[in-house]
Each structure stands twice: as C-alpha cells, then as structure tokens.
Design a protein around this ligand. Structure first.
Ligand code: PXP
Length: 254
C-alpha cells in the first residue's frame, strides 16, 4: 500500500464569534466551540483575527491559545500590527491571507508574486519564531513557486472558486478549477511545500479533495457552523471526518 500522509481537519470557528457578536454578549463562546470540535476529532482550530475584529477578537485568540490542546492556526493579514499580535500569542501556525474591509469573506488568494518584498520579512520572522507559516493562494504556478522561493513551509490552496462553480451548477468551470487544484497540489509538493486547502468546502467537496494525496490539511468553517445548527457541532465534526476518511481511502485503493 502506498505511504499516504494523514489528512488533518482544522475547524474554523470564526462564525461562532459572528453569532456571539450579534448580541454583544459572551454566548455562544468560540472557545467552547473549539473544545467541542476537538473533543469530536478536530486536529486543530483556525481563527481569523481580522483588522476590523468583526468576529474573532484579540482576547479570543489569547483564550484559544491558553485553553486548547490541539494546534491553533492564527489566520491574519500580514500587516505590521497583526504580525506583532501573532508573535505575542505564539500560535502553532499562522496563515497569511489578503484582507479587504468591505469583503464578506476572504475572496481571493494572496498575491505572493506582487507582494514578495513586503511578505518576505513577515515570513522570515515567523520562521525564526518557530511558527509555521502558510500562504493562502490560488492554485497558480507562479504564486506557488514564489511561496517556495520565500521559504514559506506551507501553502493553503484556495478552493473557493471550485466550490462556487459546483454550487452554481457550472460543471465546465468546476472541472477547470479542479484541474488547477490537482496540478497546483502536485507542483507545490514537488517544490517541497506542505499543502493545505480550504474555503467553501462542504461534506461532498471535502470528500473529493481528500483524495489528493499531497494535501495534508483542510481548513473548514462556514458550512460546518451552519450544519451545527441542525445536528450539533460534535456530530458535524464527526461527519466531516468521515467524509474526509472516505475520500482518503480512495488514494489507498488507487
Ligand atoms: N482557509 C482560509 C485561509 C480562509 O480564509 C477561510 C475562511 O475564513 C477558510 C479556510 C474557511 O473557509 P469556509 O469558512 O468557507 O469553510
């Protein structure tokens, strides 16, 4: 049997904080969601401290870092202020993303090629601090090659365009986006990068992408928090884990 890396599930809890903030109190608590997700089998927790603090707040990051037993992935824009905060929190990992105030969610990948001079010092500081950096990028060869050149240990492939094409019932566009992801995962791995993926994934797309052996981590949030309204967060994490395991089994069988 081929030697296949395990596939980790990172649960993004941002939207528990979105609901909490709607009323300004403490409930529902993103830390409780993180503990529940870990109890149910999550391999890590991801939270995005946005510049406008629309969901996760500084204090959430500190509590997550202090209380959870699995790796914390601190998603952030690579601004000097955010780099300083992340170095203070000392998470297991950071994921650098582009950020625009008016966007509903992280809409595109980071332009590593265009921003190489500004990203390089941040990547170096996290590397020096022993915090694993991943760059959230589209599956574009130039971006992947630049990520490797800048010595980022990992990338996260943006799966949003692929998931949107499936949701919009546009099979030709979905197939094209899927080809990009498959080729991007292979190129990144051959360039020595650890490969993650995320954005817009649900049970079906997570199962499909789990069959790419180069990918070792999926970060999933919005769909799972929505599902949790109906079946509970623990059950959602177990169902997502099962979907990922079904997909991974296809690699073993191939
Ligand atoms: N990965 C990154 C880098 C993201 O920005 C997001 C969205 O916060 C996710 C994964 C999770 O995406 P979704 O919430 O659509 O599952």
């Amino acid at each position: 049997m081929p030697n296949i890396s395990p596939l980790r599930l990172g649960v993004n809890i941002d939207h528990v904080a979105t609901v909490r903030n709607a009323r300004g109190g403490r409930h529902p608590d993103p830390l409780r969601a993180a503990l529940t997700a870990i109890e149910a089998g999550a391999d890590g927790i991801t939270a995005h401290l946005r510049e406008d603090r629309r969901h996760i707040r500084d204090n959430d990051m500190e509590r997550l870092k202090a209380e959870i037993s699995k790796p914390l992935n601190f998603e952030m824009a690579a601004t000097p202020d955010m780099v300083r905060i992340a170095l203070g929190v000392q998470p297991h990992a950071v994921c650098l993303v582009p950020e625009r105030r008016e966007e509903l969610t992280t809409e595109g990948g980071l332009d590593v090629v265009g921003q190489r001079d500004s990203l390089a010092p941040s990547i170096a500081r996290f590397n020096d601090a022993g915090i694993r950096v991943s760059l959230f990028i589209a599956a574009d060869p130039a971006q992947i090659e630049m990520a490797a050149q800048l010595k980022a240990p990992a990338i996260e492939l943006h799966t949003g365009a692929w998931c949107d094409a499936i949701a919009d019932d546009e099979p030709a566009r979905a197939a094209e986006e899927w080809r990009r992801i498959v080729a991007g995962a292979a190129l990144a791995r051959s360039a020595g990068l650890e490969v993650h993926a995320g954005h817009g994934l649900d049970y079906a797309t997570a199962e499909t992408i789990a069959a790419l052996p180069q990918i070792v981590e999926l970060n999933i949030g919005f769909y799972m928090i929505g599902e949790a309204l109906f079946v509970g967060l623990g059950e959602t994490v177990r169902a997502m884990r099962a979907a990922m395991d079904r997909g991974r089994a296809k690699v073993a069988a191939a």
